[in-house]
Design a protein around this ligand. Structure first.
Ligand code: F3S
Length: 389
């Protein structure tokens, strides 16, 4: 390790240790990999760019396998997004610096689809949907790390040993039930599964919810968990039949508070995402990034419409997933369908894309886009594919 790189390593270790102390532990645990969020220039601005540039120029290097979250633009198709070149060049510099430090430019919020960590593996992930998936579905261990902290953890290869990294922090703190009418409503496509995650997050806020009764299909888990992350600080949902810990015969439940969510409560939680769909100028699918099988399903519906949907369709996915389904060939056929890799419309400067009202199936996207001032209509994906596009 070069002398200057050593200094960055020591500084990183010092900060991570201090964070651990301030959270009441002081102990550190080695991590096997890191996933850095907060890499979009739109979100971190010049201050974030300078922070990364300083570390990279002083020889900072990642000691563990490190992947990156989506950035502000599709690095190949940025011209089609009408984003000013200044933003694009600053975004490219951020990615180049992180790659110089050793990161793999995966540029996706679904690193768990590409290379899922194993059960019990200590990782440092910064993207909330990825954290929830890693903990809840794979049984890996990570807290919801902030963007800059994840960079420092990747440099020193360690993270504070507390919270969801230890057995004690993974015990359920509340049991959550959705009333029968809620399941009926999602099954009858009145509301999307992500609405359940969003309302659960709002109702619980923090801690570790346990879902013992669930009719949540696996294909909707990613969207459900992303929504939990958007409306709360929760990083683990224990789900019967899915979470490795709950599957174990010796899974131990202490007596905890039970809460039950009614259809009215779920509907109230998404009230502001129910603008009239007819007025929308675009459909957005892909929050979190679409998997190869989701892309295939959507392509199937678009094929039926002769690739000329009634509304502009924006899909966001990883370059990895797109390559799996031969996305480059499909792109040539499309006019009103925009497939974005490396980015999503939440972390991109959407103001340049001339979109004011979006229909989506993602409560996470609904939350962030409505915070950006867009009108949003939240509907189940099947309704969107069958009736809206
Ligand atoms: Fe991913 Fe963007 Fe949603 S980063 S989780 S698609 S807000």
């Amino acid at each position: 390790m070069e002398e200057e790189g050593k200094e960055v390593y020591k500084e990183a270790l010092e900060v991570v240790r201090k964070v651990s102390e301030s959270l009441g532990s002081g102990e550190l645990v080695p991590i096997s990999r890191a996933h850095i969020s907060g890499v979009s220039y739109v979100n971190i601005g010049d201050a974030g760019l300078e922070f990364i540039r300083d570390l990279a120029e002083r020889g900072g290097r990642f000691r563990v396998a490190t992947t990156l979250n989506p950035v502000a633009v599709d690095l190949e198709k940025w011209k089609e997004m009408d984003v000013p070149e200044e933003i694009v060049s600053k975004q490219k510099e951020i990615v180049e610096l992180l790659v110089k430090m050793g990161a793999k430019p995966t540029l996706t919020c679904t690193p768990y689809l590409i290379d899922p960590p194993k059960r019990g593996e200590q990782v440092a992930w910064g993207e909330s949907n990825a954290v929830l998936y890693a903990n809840s579905v794979l049984g890996a261990r990570t807290n919801r790390e902030g963007g800059p902290l994840t960079i420092l953890e990747a440099i020193c290869g360690k993270a504070p040993y507390l919270g969801l990294r230890i057995d004690e922090g993974r015990k359920p703190t509340v049991e959550v039930y959705f009333e029968k009418e809620v399941w009926k409503a999602v099954e009858n496509r009145k509301i999307p599964y992500s609405a359940l995650g969003y309302s659960l997050g709002l109702a619980v806020g923090r801690g570790v919810p346990l879902l013992m009764e669930t009719r949540l299909p696996f294909k909707h888990i990613k969207n459900f968990l992303a929504a939990v992350g958007a409306s709360s600080s929760i990083g683990l949902v224990l789900i019967r039949g899915l979470s490795p810990e709950v599957k174990e015969s010796n899974f131990y439940r202490e007596k905890v508070e039970k809460i039950s969510l009614s259809l009215t409560e779920v509907e109230d939680s998404i009230e502001k995402f129910r603008k009239k769909a007819e007025k929308a100028d675009a459909v957005f699918l892909g929050c979190p990034h679409l998997s190869p099988s989701e892309l295939r399903e959507i392509f199937y519906f678009l094929e039926k419409k002769g690739w000329t949907p009634r509304k502009k369709v924006i899909l966001s996915t990883s370059r990895w997933a797109l390559n799996q389904v031969g996305g480059k060939i499909c792109r040539e056929k499309m006019d009103k369908v925009i497939i974005l890799s490396d980015t999503c419309i939440v972390v991109s400067p959407i103001e340049y894309m001339n979109v004011k009202h979006v229909v989506t199936d993602s409560a996470k996207a609904a939350y962030y886009l409505s915070n950006k001032g867009l009108d949003v209509t939240l509907l189940p994906r099947k309704t969107i594919l069958g009736d809206i596009i």
